[in-house]
Every structure is written in C-alpha cells, then in structure tokens.
Design a protein. Structure first.
Length: 367
C-alpha cells in the first residue's frame, strides 16, 4: 500500500511540475514582413515606418528601447520613400518626461504622438484627432468637420490581446472618395518645413524657385505663386519640363498646376524650377503651402503597436489610404526546454507505474 501511494505521489509531482514550470521569456522576435513583400509594397505605396518600442516594455522605464527600435527598423527596411531613418515615435499617455524626450531627440526622432497634451522641446506632437478606424468606433461626423490644412490622424490597431479587430469599411470607402491628401506623419511635417524654405526670385519675365537641401528627410515642399501674367513654361534646372500635377492627385510628388491667379509649385530639396511668363509681372507673391496640391486637408491612418505588418495591413492592400506604421518589436516567447522532457517522463512513468501496481496487487492476492 505504501509503494502504491509513493508511485501516485511521484506521478502527481511530475504533472504538477509540467503545469507550473514557467515559460522562458525570451529573446525578441522579428517581423520578416517588414523586408519581404508587404514592407516593400507599403513603402512604394507611400507609407512610413516609425517606432513604438518593444512589446510589453514601457519606453520611459527602459530608455534603451529607443535606439533598439530604431536599429530594428533599420535592419529590415527604410523608414520612408524620402529617407532611411525613422523619425516618428509612438508614446503612451498624455505626458512625456524630460529624460525620455531628450533620448528621443538624441536618437534622431522628431515626431511623437498621439495623446500628448504638450510638445516636449525639440519634438513635434501629432494628435489623434480623427478617432479610430475600428468598426463600431469610427466617427464619420468627426472626419467631416476637419479644419482646412489640418492633418487628420486616425487610430488603427489590428489586434488587442487575441482579438482581431475589424475596420469600418463604410468610413474607409467614404474617406477614399474625399479630395484630401493621403500622407504620413513624417511626410506632412517635412512638406510643411520644406515649403517654408523655398526661395523665390523674379528677374524680368522669369520666376525662379529654389529649395535648398535639407538636413533630414528630403521631402518636397509646395508654394503658391501669384502673378498677373500667363505661364509659358515650367522647367527644372536642366531645362526639362516639369510634370503637370492633375487636380485629382492625392499623393505627394513634384510638379506644378495652374491656378486662377498663378500656380502651385512642388519641388524637392536641392531643386531649382524656372517659370517662364509671357511678360514681366507687375508683382509676384509666394506663399508656403501646408497641404499638397491645393487639397483641403491631409489624412493618415496610424497603425499602433504594429508587431506583425501582414496582420495589421492585410485588409488595406487595395486601399488608397496611406499609413504611418508605428512598429513594435514582438516578444518571442519560447517554451521551457524542460517541458518536453517532463512530458516524456510522464508518458513513460504512467504505464510503468500502472504495470508495477497491477503486478504487485496480483502477487498480494496469491500470497
């Protein structure tokens, strides 16, 4: 009887060990979709890759995450079609402490968002002002009341815990039909900066516009030129005609479009454009533009906590919407190496123990 109890206790101990052994936490996983198929497609579409840190780690408590996340993105992809290094970082909450803000600036980040109530020194804050794209949460009325030249930043997260979230297809379809500029945090920010840097001069019947090279992202800038004569030709520094931008163009590119009192001109850093007029203008006025192509305002969808680009973007492969993906390096939970050993031991021990007990009972019956 005593042996039977000991065998039972042995099996209970094995099973208890198997169920209570902690998982080995790990090293960090990689999202190979950043470099394979999906990532390149999203870059070509005009998307941006920013940072959201490491899954399960509070950035303000673990400052190393800032540089590590930057390096993680650089290992797999460029941040944008305009530059390789990421400049946008997603931070939780309404406040950002000075130490974290300084670390972000030193790492080359320029933009933070999207719930902060004030902008830390050296950083630009983006605000979640467009609600969410989630089904049942999206607010079309909010999106219809946007001010001119604003950047609408819409929240998106594909999964929360193990729950897959669905996008609001009605709101998404409506957005795609609007005359708005589809852009990203970084592109919008640097387009505005570049527009302010364009230098315009007038000599006779020729207007010259030059955008100096920028120290960060090489994003084009737009200016509105107003004059009282007719445009004959618009060329670049080599004498090639600049492309005419169509009225329905909603993605940033270089070129020009005629307006009632002049033209809109979009040029990239390091570029000079010449506008040849049919006569010397009485005056010429240059005004930097916040929004591209004379559109009312700009829109970006911000993918938060993006640990798997395929899962986060799979419903938008055919959409015109442009995304700012805040990439979060996923945790890679590894199974404890002891679990398979314990499981094998249990499989062997159970039949052996049962066989032993049966034979012992049989011997006791005949004694």
């Amino acid at each position: 009887m005593r042996n039977r109890s000991m065998a039972g206790l042995f099996m209970v101990a094995l099973l208890a060990t198997a169920t209570t052994a902690p998982p080995v936490s790990a090293e960090w996983g990689d999202d190979s979709w950043l470099s394979n198929i999906i990532g390149p497609e999203r870059l070509a579409h005009g998307d941006e890759f920013g940072c959201h840190g490491y899954e399960g780690v509070v950035t303000a408590e673990e400052i190393w995450v800032i540089e590590a996340c930057k390096g993680y993105i650089a290992e797999f992809t460029n941040a944008s079609r305009w530059d390789s290094h990421p400049i946008s970082f997603g931070v939780p909450g309404q406040h950002l402490d000075e130490v974290t803000a300084t670390a972000l600036v030193e790492a080359g980040f320029e933009i933070v968002g999207d719930l902060l109530t004030e902008a830390p020194e050296g950083l630009t804050t983006m605000t979640r002002n467009g609600g969410s794209l989630e089904q049942g949460v999206a607010d079309r009325e909010l999106l219809e009341s946007v001010e001119e030249d604003a950047l609408v930043s819409i929240y998106w997260e594909a999964r929360k815990d193990d729950l897959k979230l669905r996008e609001d297809e009605g709101v998404m379809s409506w957005l795609e039909q609007q005359d708005v500029w589809f852009t990203t945090w970084g592109e919008w920010h640097h387009h505005r900066m570049s527009g302010n840097e364009v230098v315009v001069t007038v000599e006779g019947s020729t207007i010259t516009a030059t955008l100096p090279n920028q120290s960060s992202w090489a994003v084009p800038g737009t200016v509105r030129l107003q004059f009282d004569t007719r445009v004959v030709r618009v060329t670049d520094f080599s004498g090639m005609d600049l492309m005419v931008i169509e009225a329905n163009q909603r993605n940033l590119l270089t070129g020009w479009s005629e307006t009632a009192d002049g033209l809109l001109l979009t040029i990239e850093p390091g570029m000079t454009a010449s506008i040849e007029l049919d006569g010397e203008p009485n005056s010429a006025l240059s005004t930097p533009q916040v929004t591209f192509n004379g559109l009312h305002h700009a829109v970006t969808v911000v993918g938060h906590h993006t640990t798997n680009l395929f899962q986060w973007s799979s419903d938008f492969q055919k959409s015109d919407l442009v995304f700012t993906w805040l990439i979060e390096r996923p945790a890679d939970i590894e199974m404890n190496w002891a679990l398979p050993v314990i499981a094998a031991a249990v499989l062997i021990a159970v039949p052996v123990s049962i066989n032993y007990l049966v034979k012992r009972d049989q011997r006791e019956l005949f004694e």
